[in-house]
Write a protein that binds this ligand. Structure first.
Ligand code: G
Ligand code: G
Ligand code: MN
Ligand code: NA
Length: 255
């Protein structure tokens, strides 16, 4: 079977799972939200397949559209269930690929996931890459406003790796910038990375946006980010992405 038909089959056979990586508020030290990260456990193989091996193929073949709909609905449903179990409301961020961001349909798709799950729109965040939003900014701005009007939060993922026009950045109705992990990795040793991270934090704040650092895996990186006013962080230092049951335990301890 080709990987493509295996992926198609995986969707029918319910072989995808979502794991969640917590995002920590750097002022309170508490969990501020989560990011949904898809994993694939092919039947009879008993191991996880990383999305970096199958998301690119899903994008190429268009399978990212039904997979992405499943991710949106499942992430919303899980977080609605967590809230119903008495935990405080928790924002969930979902990654949206360029191929999936169809200006004609994305708004309806997001609305359907919210209605079907019953999750409040302001508990859903969409992570869009810089290259996606810059592809066709005028058209994207309209769609982003429709999503904002619904109450959904928007973040620019992997910020710093693409080519954002600052004049557009100012016009995008987004809530957060996520500093790409490549700048976080050597934040303590590489003066260039430190300068870039600091500049992104200050740019974000000047535009009224919150700034999230990803890939935080050491106390040294954490200290730098906190000292420089970064708002939230996620990374192995606090937690890997975990199954929803484990997230529930984490949230119970974090009450
Ligand atoms: O979780 P991490 O292992 O390894 O994810 C690898 C890549 O796959 C990252 O770029 C991440 O944004 C992407 N990814 C993870 N989950 C999803 C998803 O549900 N949808 C999309 N479009 N990308 C995802
Ligand atoms: O493209 P996106 O930012 O959505 O992808 C997030 C990716 O980063 C996922 O593959 C996730 O598993 C990974 N990740 C999360 N925390 C860390 C970390 O602390 N270090 C590293 N190297 N990767 C991380
Ligand atoms: Mn992301
Ligand atoms: Na990222």
């Amino acid at each position: 079977l080709s990987l493509e038909s295996k992926l198609r089959q995986a969707l029918d056979d319910d072989e995808f799972v979502l794991h969640y990586q917590p995002k920590i508020d750097l002022r309170t030290g508490k969990i501020a939200g989560t990011e949904a990260l898809i994993r694939w456990t092919p039947a009879h193989e008993g191991r996880l397949v990383s999305p970096s091996t199958f998301i690119p193929l899903a994008e190429e073949t268009g399978l990212i559209v039904p997979i992405g709909e499943w991710v949106l609905y499942t992430a919303c449903a899980h977080h609605k269930t967590l809230q119903e179990s008495g935990l405080r409301p928790m924002r969930v961020a979902v990654n949206i690929s360029a191929r999936q961001f169809e200006p004609q349909t994305i708004v309806a798709t997001v609305r359907e996931a919210l209605v079907a799950s019953g999750l409040d729109a302001n508990l859903l965040e969409l992570e869009l890459t810089e290259s996606l939003v810059m592809q066709n900014p005028e058209e994207i701005i309209k769609v982003l406003h429709d999503l904002k009007d619904m109450g959904v939060h928007l973040a620019i993922d992997d910020f710093g790796t693409g080519y954002s026009s600052l004049s557009y950045l100012q016009r995008f109705p987004v809530d957060r910038l996520k500093i790409d992990q490549s700048f976080v990795r050597d934040i303590g040793n590489d003066p260039n990375d430190a300068i870039i991270a600091r500049a992104i934090i200050s740019l974000g704040h000047s535009l009224g946006l919150a700034v999230v650092a990803e890939g935080v895996s050491s106390e040294e990186q954490l200290a730098f980010l906190r000292d420089n006013g970064c708002d939230e962080m996620q990374g192995y230092l606090f937690s890997h992405a975990v199954p929803v049951d484990e997230l529930k335990n984490m949230l119970e301890r974090d009450k």
